[in-house]
Write a protein that binds this ligand. Structure first.
Ligand code: PBG
Length: 320
């Protein structure tokens, strides 16, 4: 036999030598949930080992993250009050705005990305302004999203990540940021964001489930992948710096298609349901913990350059 593929699997060192995909701590973006109140660090029931933090409790967490070598966080706020137009989302003293200022104070080098959306902040739980008939009014919503992004930039965010799936939001955000002197603040676009059931644990954590209906008139149909290419093309045209596919594990084929089609940095969001399923299976002893690394590696192998994942701390510890 001339060809014996097993020769390259003979030892750990040999396997390391020919390994094609490596997860680096630089690739990982860790999601943080901040809540109103004081002295709060509470485990989120739907997301084992992930916590709600009040702003005063962020310092220790940020120090731990820095210690682990994680350089990127994405922020989600859970406001004290909601209304029809999500006013708390763009309040100068809103929960995310205060958290960003705190993080920048504790760790000025941290790359702080903020999720820009309205669903946690609106009384109806939809990602925008509603018409009388309960349809999300695209163009009116753009004005609000722009205000949110500018207020995050003012607080010190390095990059904003619109997750609402309105048409034209990247262009609207880019214009608003530039007009307000924030031309160096980047946009990470949730370009191909699907109407997925895998967001369930997040919606519990963020108290953001829609009070009626679903998100299918704005988020994408899970059956489509060519449409993902159109969404990415639009976001790139409108000025996105990084594009994203979300969720990740059930959409590895979409990640690969997007990577092959666009010469852009690509992020994948390993979402809450994907996390909780695996985490619980490992905690219950149904799966060996190596399953976590295998799953996250598959996202990178599919073509993602960076990964938003609740596993970031677990992986950083493992790499260390
Ligand atoms: C806000 C938003 C959601 C997620 C990120 N930003 C929820 C949704 O669209 O319903 C989900 C993240 C996750 O499941 O981990 N629109």
């Amino acid at each position: 036999m001339l060809k014996r593929p097993r020769r390259l699997r003979i030892s750990k060192a040999m396997r390391n030598l020919v390994r094609e995909t490596k997860i680096d701590v630089d690739d990982l973006i860790y999601p943080l949930f901040v809540v109103e109140g004081e002295n709060i660090k509470e485990e989120i029931p739907s997301l084992p080992d992930v916590y709600h933090f009040s702003v005063d409790m962020l310092e220790a967490e940020i120090k731990e993250i820095v210690e682990l070598g994680i350089e990127h966080v994405i922020m989600f706020g859970i406001p004290g009050e909601k209304d029809a137009c999500g006013s708390e989302a763009f309040a100068d003293n809103g929960i995310v705005q205060r958290a960003v200022r705190k993080i920048k104070e504790v760790a000025p080098e941290m790359n702080v990305i903020t999720d820009v959306c309205m669903c946690q902040y609106t009384s109806h739980g939809h990602c925008g302004i509603l018409t009388e008939k309960g349809y999300v009014d695209n163009d009116q919503t753009l004005e609000y999203l722009a205000k949110i992004a500018v207020s995050h930039a003012k607080a010190g965010a390095d990059m904003v990540a619109p997750s609402d799936m309105m048409d034209g939001r990247i262009g609207a955000l880019r214009n608003a940021l530039d007009e307000n002197g924030f031309e160096t603040v980047g946009i990470m676009a949730y370009s191909a964001k699907y109407a997925s059931s895998f967001y369930g644990p997040f919606r519990d954590a963020a108290n953001s489930a829609p009070s009626f209906g679903d998100r299918k008139t704005y988020q994408m149909d899970p059956a489509n992948s060519t449409e993902a290419l159109r969404e990415c093309a639009l976001d790139i045209e409108e000025g996105a710096d990084i594009i994203m596919v979300k969720p990740a594990l059930s959409y590895l084929d979409v990640i690969r298609r997007v990577k092959d089609n666009f010469d852009m940095p690509l992020c994948a969001y390993n979402v809450s349901g994907e996390y909780s399923m695996l985490k619980l299976a490992v905690k219950e002893g149904l799966l060996n913990e190596d399953a976590i690394m295998e799953a996250v590696t598959s996202i990178k192998r599919a073509g993602a350059d960076m990964i938003i994942t609740y596993f970031a701390k677990d992986i950083a510890k493992k790499i260390k």
